[in-house]
Design a protein around this ligand. Structure first.
Ligand code: DQA
Length: 157
């Protein structure tokens, strides 16, 4: 519903929530050969700068607890225009997250730093992807920038 009422409003009114799942707070030191060496704080402060330059408001959250991610998806549906979510390991297991993504009335884009299809076989299936408009994976930190751009295009359509 909120999405419909927002159509036609300028870019400066857009509010996007970014939700990051377990272990992403360890970026920088966590398996740098896969996830890169940029820290969580640096990645998201730079992304926030980019969004500010576009006059978009970003709310960036991270939790290691599934229920937090679900609560935030519900909350975002009431007051935000779109969600970028990296469910991390819950991507491959969480029907509860899938259900939350499916029942929110705003568009959701699933983001992954790594190419989940070129890694262990258990990562190749995303349980949550069916609740997303689309997935962006494998571009490292650029995945978030591409997802932000995609969300802006969706909201402008
Ligand atoms: C990840 C991929 C997942 O398989 C993994 O469990 C993560 C990070 C990614 O961004 O590449 O924690 O979502």
């Amino acid at each position: 519903m909120r999405k419909l009422t927002r159509v036609g409003l300028g870019r400066e009114n857009i509010k996007i929530m970014i939700i990051n799942g377990p272990n992403l707070n360890r970026l920088g030191s966590r398996e740098p050969e896969i996830y890169g060496s940029i820290t969580y704080d640096t990645l998201f402060s730079e992304l926030k700068n980019r969004a500010e330059a576009l006059a978009i408001k970003l709310e960036i959250r991270q939790s290691n607890h599934e229920g937090d991610l679900i609560d935030w998806i519900h909350e975002a549906g009431d007051t935000f225009d779109g969600i970028l979510i990296n469910p991390a390991a819950y991507t491959h297991t969480s029907i509860a997250l899938l259900d939350a993504m499916k029942c929110t009335c705003i568009p959701v884009i699933e983001v992954h730093l790594s190419n989940i299809h070129s890694r262990e076989s258990f990562r190749a299936h995303s349980v949550t992807a069916a609740g997303a408009v689309g997935i962006i994976a494998g571009f490292g930190t650029m995945s978030y920038y591409l997802a932000l751009e995609a969300m802006l295009r969706i909201l402008r359509e």
